[in-house]
Design a binder for this molecule. Structure first.
Ligand code: PXL
Length: 278
């Protein structure tokens, strides 16, 4: 069985980060090891959340794993709690990267033109550095605008997106996936760029008129799981985008659907059918 390591926070209530990555990637048949970057009572879109960063745990956890000779087929990072953690995560990459595995960085820090409450421009600079160590990055347009210094736009054309992808690739990652890209108000999708082969790929879905947290984590987790199931970087895009869209739709249609995350649990059978696993 393949084994990945995911590095992101535990939001104890929130349907995001590790509480979506673990069930989704595990359900896709991939062992999912974790390094929690922080423990929060909820994600940071709630009021009055608690947060305890686990900065002092990252090095001892990984040292133990090196003593045990544990290896990973991929490392996938999401929400990191402090700017100081970036260098610690780069150390993890240096310790566990080999010729056969790859690194995926989702630079979780912003959405809708704004940074999340815990972050500032120093964090953005550090996150851009982390992206330079990745094989694949998957920012949304807000995160990409912060990291590239480009203006954040809600309406744009393909030239704007391609310029952004070029600047993201300049950070150092080989493949860049820009999420939340729609050229009409009723569409949203993902625009991918392979800078080594100079190839682009766009995949879109109908946009559901609702905004939920954790959907970027669902996309990134599913994308990682699909790569681990030997789908190519392009094939993994519709799998992750369709499942994310399905989870959002399921939440909208559920009269008991919650505001802080989506019904990803209910749609896991859809995902497994899509992968031909059931
Ligand atoms: O879903 C992204 C995310 C992850 N972790 C925490 C968050 C958020 C988004 O707000 O606050 C703690």
């Amino acid at each position: 069985m393949k084994r990945i390591l995911t590095i992101q926070d535990i939001s104890c209530v929130g349907k995001c980060s590790i509480t979506v990555a673990l069930p989704i990637i595990s359900a896709m048949g991939v062992e999912t090891a974790i390094i929690p970057t922080a423990v929060l009572s909820t994600h940071t879109m709630f009021k009055n959340f608690t947060c305890k960063d686990l900065d002092d745990q990252i090095a001892p956890i990984t040292k133990h794993w090196m003593d045990e000779n544990i290896k990973f087929d991929a490392i996938y990072t999401g929400y990191l709690a402090t700017a100081d953690q970036i260098d610690m995560v780069i150390d993890v990459f240096n310790n566990f990267k080999n010729d056969d595995n790859f690194i995926i960085v989702d630079p979780v820090m912003a959405d809708n033109g704004k940074l999340y409450p815990a972050f500032d421009m120093n964090f953005v600079k550090e996150m851009a550095k982390l992206c330079g160590h990745a094989d694949i990055i998957m920012p949304n347009i807000t995160e990409a605008a912060f990291m590239t210094g480009m203006e954040y736009k809600e309406e744009y054309d393909e030239a704007y997106i391609k310029e952004m992808l070029g600047k993201l690739a300049d950070l150092g990652a080989k493949k860049c996936l820009l999420t939340g890209v729609g050229f009409n108000l009723d569409k949203t999708g993902v625009y991918g760029y392979d800078s080594v082969n100079n190839e682009y790929c766009y995949y879109e879905n109908d946009k559901v008129d609702a905004m939920y947290h954790g959907t970027g984590d669902i996309f990134a987790s599913t994308y990682t799981g699909a790569l681990m199931n030997d789908f190519s970087w392009k094939e993994a895009m519709p799998i992750a985008a369709d499942y994310t869209a399905k989870c959002i739709k399921s939440n909208v249609e559920d009269k008991d659907g919650c505001w802080y995350g989506v019904n990803f649990e209910k749609e896991i059978p859809y995902l497994l059918k899509r992968l031909g696993k059931i």
